[in-house]
Design a protein around this ligand. Sequence first.
Ligand code: MIG
Length: 786
Amino acid sequence: MPQYFGKLPTTDQPWTKIGQVEAWKQYDRTIIFDCDSSKFSIAVLAPNLLRVRLAPQGEFTERPSWAVTRDDSEWAPIPFDVNDTDTSVQIKTESIHIYIDKSTSRITCFDLDGRPFATDATTNMGWRLGAVAGWKCIETDEHFYGFGERTGLLDKRSEVKTNWTTDALDYGSLTDEMYHAIPFFIALRPHVAYGIFFNTTFWSQFDIGAEQPGVWKMETRGGELDYYIIYGPKPAQILDTYTQLTGKMPLPPKWSIGYHQCRWSYESEEVVRTLAQEFRNRRIPCDVIHLDIDYMQGFRVFTWSPARFSNPEKLINDLKQNGFKTVTIIDPGVKYEPEADYHVFDEGIKNDYFVRQADGRLFHGYVWPDKSVFPDFLRADVQKWWGDLHKSLTDIGIAGIWNDMNEPAINDRPFGDGGVHIWFPLDAPQGKENNTTHAEVHNLYGLNMAKASAEGLIKHRKSERSFVLTRSGFAGVQRYSSVWMGDNQSQWEHLEMSLPMLCNMGLSGVAFVGCDIGGFAGNATAELFARWMQVGMLYPLMRAHSAMSTARHEPWVFGERVENICREYINLRYQLIPFFYTLFWQAATTGAPLIRPLVYEYPNDPKTYTLSDQVLLGSDLMAAPIYRPGVEHRAVYLPSGTWYDWWTGEKYVDGATHILAHAPLEKMPLYARAGAVIPMQQVTQYIDEHPLNELQLLIFPGNSEYTLYEDDGNSFEYQKDIYSTTKISVSTEAEQVIVKIAPRQGKWKPIRRRIIVKVQGLGEQSFEDEGKENLLRFTETRFPHH
Ligand code: MIG
């Protein structure tokens, strides 16, 4: 039976609804409302941030907010007013008003123009055995984004989204549970947008008007309703606040934003060496090679197959000399192997690091190493142990770790106890002194594994930044790791879906994301692969990968024409590294995604609300890729303003219109917004191949301000303020474009270099970069078209 039929509600019990407000009292920033036997509270944490909690039994319990990095008390106090009338309690901050109706306990928020948002529905808060829920109104023309990792297109209105980490292999557009669970979304309509972070790690679910049109619902199988309302009105403001709550990403090492090559598997030293040399011979840039599970001895984590990788240290070092970083996969399942001198199993048993069942027996499941046990990553001592195990890898030069199967997946084929499906027991005790159960922390398993990996790498690679990639995570995973969308397929539909999937991840606070270029399962055609490499150039994480027993998917296997296309788009990626790196800095400081749906930048333009097949990189570069076979033309929506064709320089004045783009296989339509400043560098075969003595600023006439961010790209010195920013302003009047480059700010200094400023259609000027102010004028007459 398809899973969506299995989910039809049949035996639901009724909800007990909250009663009227009988009394209320303010404690500092929190207002507590007494209703019959229950209580609810509203804490004002910032002018645009509220936390609402409901204790059905009238008792707020001490409960951990696993994903939240800031306690309520850690938010800077802000002024707000509380007024009491016969019928309501009203709270006013400098950005929003909150109205609590005493007879129903319904909460409504208003912006300063009186537009309602996050309005409680008639049934507003309720509970029944083992579950709590909240209901709010969907406004006309409201659309819903985020929800973490989701298949399908951009807007999730009318859908049901469950938050429960799962190995979602063979996923398609109807799949609900995915590898990541991020109970956060953004609701948006013209002039109003707000975010909801549902603060629960238990199983939870959003129903966006499927059960009751006009009402969205959140439900969790935990004891307390606890959620944050984050007012915008711009998506960028919501994400900034949301990532203050769940954490910002650190800056990645610059090499990790180059091209990554992966396959299940490059199964021996010889295969890996040939692969690496192929990239260099063919002059296709590549920075990272991933080793999938076959590098291990019998899938035992933290071992190497002596037969296939006899001298990993030498291999990794030789790769390093040739400009490659090596990333190894690590799964959570530890082979159950008593008395075999397998140190990981032995140490884990000795210290009791593995999850036990409620009856105290060791829990085991079947994964790649066959019978396996699972570290309890919730425990700090287990995290530390696991992190330290990575020393054996970092000591021989491993620069990054790829975490797979950490949902945790245990019912994967081709294993199983005679085909019997094994579940991870929800009542298995977890945590220090067994203070909780798997039911509460299942969703955190991948996040905490990634955390252990990230912290182990920081500790053992000392002064160098590392790369972590995880298949599973929860809200806040951005603090530790990059993320990929698991096992996609070599299908046009999956190529198309990759853009809205990554956009919704970005709208859920996770900026460093990618999909397997070319598709994981199945065989790509030459045409699909070429189109996918073009789209992959836009992914914050640009990694190609393919599954065991599929045809090879390296950039050169589809013949010369496709190889040239791959080279051209990978080259473009490398030219755009300063642009991407600055976007990562924006993500790290403001929570802004790199890859953005148009609605992010144009939230008042309803034409963008369901637009899933065009994306922005940052705010100024827009791609309208092709994701259908045989298609060489497509409609492109240009939002309001002036746009330029990236390839031809053609200018489109006054947007909010559609154009027809011509896109032969060699071309992915790309556009730059008027005023765009795109920092670019020379193509190298890998990051830091040699010092770069040129920085190009490609500018499109218009009016704007841009800040370029730079640092050494590899160390943690930026955390000690060793970085620099340069403000570039562009103004255009009549026939003249004026580019003003402000003095470089900050402590980082580039090597001797020239800055080449190229204004689209008006030629270029260059100067020696001394970090000083520079004013350049470009006019039609001085620089005629060429
Ligand atoms: O059971 O390690 O999503 O990227 O190549 C499959 C083998 C396990 C699933 C991952 C995929 C990886 C594969 N893994």
